[in-house]
Ligand binder design. Structure first.
Ligand code: MLT
Length: 326
């Protein structure tokens, strides 16, 4: 009887003790960071940039693993169902963390409840871009060209549920366009095909397309933001180009739900230090991206963004898709 009682008491106390000790020595081995899209794309670029800085703060390597497929939901499902020990993290985005539930009836995670939120990583406006030999000289002419016979054209995106899918769905439905939709495992391979001329246009994150716009290998018609980007001073905003279409993307870092608070706190601190680093800031600005303000950082800021974005995007997306079916 005494033995049983002791075992019961120890059984209740030990896990808490072990969890506390594990949190104190955390991290004592490399941390796996799942990027749910192809290498070289916007999510990957952000994860590697922040991961490098966070590795220095935490004293352990953050190792990026690209797990593409199903618009990023395959990788984020892996994160949601991983051991909540701080050694598996994920970098999702506005698509995987707010739009996906509207697009997948059987999604295995809920962006609002299946994760320990760590924080917003960045915001990036979308840009409207086309293959380089597209003749239209401005956005209005480009829209006229698209409207003339969009069924002959193709739009590249990173899979159903990704940001480029969502922004494309909203753009195409707003202007009555019905291009062939071509899915990739991320917008890095989609952009390669845009450069190669295999697809016609994309509405993609400035973070992804700025180097190609600057290099003249694709054509930019507008940034879907309220103000021009420092990195693209010659590219007008959609409003300046006479078109009412604004779309901003974001990335965020999460861990599986149940990750001990002491571990989440260490990750939040490391992420915030990375966001304040001058090198990260200048790389963000070269790529048309911005870091969250101090008040929006950490788990509470991300939770608020996920909740509000899910509430905003779900009806808009459903309406756009219903209109597309007509
Ligand atoms: C998206 O469209 O969701 C992203 O651009 C995907 C990626 O990071 O490749």
């Amino acid at each position: 009887m005494r033995k049983t009682l002791l075992a019961t008491v120890l059984g209740a106390v030990l896990p808490v003790f072990i969890t506390g000790a594990a949190a104190q020595s955390y991290p004592d081995k490399p941390i796996n960071v799942i990027v749910p899209f192809a290498a070289g794309g916007p999510t990957d670029v952000v994860a590697r940039l922040l991961g490098e800085h966070m590795s220095n703060t935490l004293g352990q390597q953050l190792i990026v693993e690209n797990v593409g497929g199903a618009g990023g939901t395959t990788g984020m499902t892996r994160v949601a169902t991983a051991e909540p020990d701080g050694y598996t993290l994920g970098v999702g985005n506005m698509g995987t963390q707010s739009a996906a539930p509207a697009l997948y009836a059987n999604l295995k995670y809920n962006p609002a409840t299946s994760f320990a939120q760590i924080g917003i990583a960045n915001y990036t406006p979308q840009a409207i871009v086309a293959k380089k030999d597209t003749k239209a000289k401005d956005l209005k002419e480009f829209l006229a060209y698209l409207k003339a016979d969009s069924t002959k054209l193709s739009y590249g995106h990173a899979g159903v549920g990704s940001i480029s899918y969502v922004s494309g769905t909203l753009f195409n439905s707003q202007f009555g366009l019905k291009p062939a939709l071509v899915a990739y495992r991320g917008t890095a391979p989609a952009l390669n095909d845009l450069v190669g001329g295999q697809i016609d246009y994309m509405v993609d994150q400035s973070l992804n397309v700025i180097p190609q716009i600057k290099g003249g290998t694709i054509k930019a018609y507008a940034v879907a933001a309220p103000a021009r980007l420092e990195a693209l001073p010659d590219v007008p905003t959609t409003k300046e180009a006479g078109v009412d279409f604004i779309f901003s993307a974001w990335n965020a870092m999460v861990a599986p739900k149940g990750t001990p608070k002491a571990i989440v706190d260490k990750l939040v601190d490391a992420l915030n230090k990375a966001l304040d680093d001058p090198k990260v800031k200048s790389r963000y600005s070269e790529l048309g991206s911005t870091a969250p303000e101090a008040a929006d950082r950490g788990p509470a800021g991300l939770q608020k963004l996920v909740d509000s974005e899910m509430a905003r995007i779900t009806p808009v997306l459903k309406e756009a898709m219903a209109a597309e079916k007509k």
